[in-house]
Design a protein around this ligand. Structure first.
Ligand SMILES: [Zn+2]
Length: 303
């Protein structure tokens, strides 16, 4: 299985346009510290990839990844579609940037996420006249993406994006509302390779623990280093957990859970307040001692 990391930052990216925090200032001063919105491309056949989460800088991310460049025909693209882990703006705004697509835009999402995009963002009405949306439904049962990779979704939480909080329910009503945020399981039957991608973890359900144990590669939510970070740095009155992100460090942190895992474990979706945005931070040594990595921009992972 081939995975191409397209971005590794939480909402706003690094640097964030209106932020002068040490992380953002460091990224302005040292361009190699810059990180784009968290996104991952998964190869499902030769010259055929799906993008997991479409951030606002998606087309720049495609340009930075030669495997995703168009050709050989003038409008042939290896980008087959988009898979969504949730309906957050930072993971969905890039869909409109694909409006030049010749044959529509294929989007895989859970029913609540699809509803948020259609009724909250009015995405069907906005992009439909340019490139119609074609929907694939994500759920617990594995579905085939392309020819080579099976994908399934594990429910993580019922946290809706703010724009979808007051949204009227669809008719018929959406299925049980815990599929607003999911972790993705990827499985390539030909090689047996398994991966988990979970950029937003408000909780660690047992099913996720099992999926992580089975995986050869795990890319998970590294938004905040510790639970108090958003409060301490002045960006929020809520803790990391209250914002829908289990911290890396601490008694309920995810590092403790990943430390003994067989597969390769990497953090992604780093917020600009996270000390890991500084390559010289001591926190990198702490993670390395546990055998855990921080995903780098544009890295390729073969499993
Ligand atoms: Zn900042």
């Amino acid at each position: 299985m081939l995975l191409q990391v397209l971005g590794t930052a939480a909402g706003g990216g690094l640097p964030q346009w209106n932020c002068a925090c040490p992380g953002c200032a460091g990224a302005r001063a040292h361009p190699h510290r810059r990180r784009r919105h968290a996104s991952l491309a998964v190869r499902v056949a030769d010259h055929r990839w799906y993008v997991v989460n479409a951030g606002p800088d998606l087309t720049d991310q495609i340009e930075a990844a030669p495997a995703l460049h168009p050709g050989p025909g003038p409008r042939e693209t290896p980008v087959a579609g988009v898979v969504l882990t949730d309906a957050e703006l930072d993971h969905t705004l890039g869909i409109v940037r694909l409006r030049e697509a010749r044959a529509g835009v294929e989007v895989w999402a859970t029913p609540p996420v699809r509803h948020a995009l259609l009724a909250g963002q009015r995405l069907g009405e906005v992009i439909g006249p340019y490139a119609p949306l074609e929907w694939g439904e994500l759920g617990r049962e594995p579905r085939l993406l392309g020819d080579a990779v099976e994908i399934s979704a594990l429910s993580i939480s019922a946290k809706r994006p703010r724009y979808a909080v007051g949204l009227p329910s669809p008719t018929p009503p959406e299925p049980p509302g815990d599929a607003w945020v999911v972790a993705l399981r990827l499985h390539e039957p030909a090689t047996g390779a398994r991966a988990v991608y979970a950029p937003a973890l408000a909780a660690w359900p047992d099913a996720l623990g099992k999926a992580v144990e089975d995986a050869d590669c795990v890319l998970v939510d590294g938004t905040f280093w510790d639970d108090d970070e958003p409060v301490r740095t002045g960006i929020s009155l809520r803790t990391a957990t209250a914002m829908g992100h289990l911290p890396i460090d601490g008694p309920d942190g995810t590092a403790r859970r990943l430390a003994g895992v067989r597969g390769r474990c990497l953090y992604t979706h780093l917020n600009n307040t996270n000390p890991l945005t500084d390559p010289g931070a001591a926190e990198h040594v702490r993670l390395a001692e546990l055998g855990i990595e921080v995903a780098a921009e544009r890295m390729v992972i073969e499993i």
